[in-house]
Write a protein that binds this ligand. Structure first.
Ligand SMILES: [Zn+2]
Length: 68
């Protein structure tokens, strides 16, 4: 299980990025919304979509859930 966060700030393409707690590209604490512990990034993105409909996996830590 990994701990996942979603960036409260929107990217220039309109996405809110989902990150693992270990990602070097995750936003700082005040811009991170904690999602919970998940087995797969797909479940984390699904959870993030409850908050931000345009949620997307981080290219670096959630590449399999990243869509461009
Ligand atoms: Zn990341």
């Amino acid at each position: 299980m990994d701990l996942y966060y979603v960036n409260k700030n929107v990217q220039t393409n309109g996405d809110h990025e989902v990150h693992k707690s270990t990602c070097g590209h995750k936003p700082n604490r005040e811009n991170s919304l904690y999602l919970g512990a998940f087995n797969t990034c797909k479940n984390a993105v699904k959870e993030a979509k409850k908050y931000y409909i345009k949620s997307n996996g981080c290219y670096y830590c959630c590449n399999e859930c990243h869509t461009s």
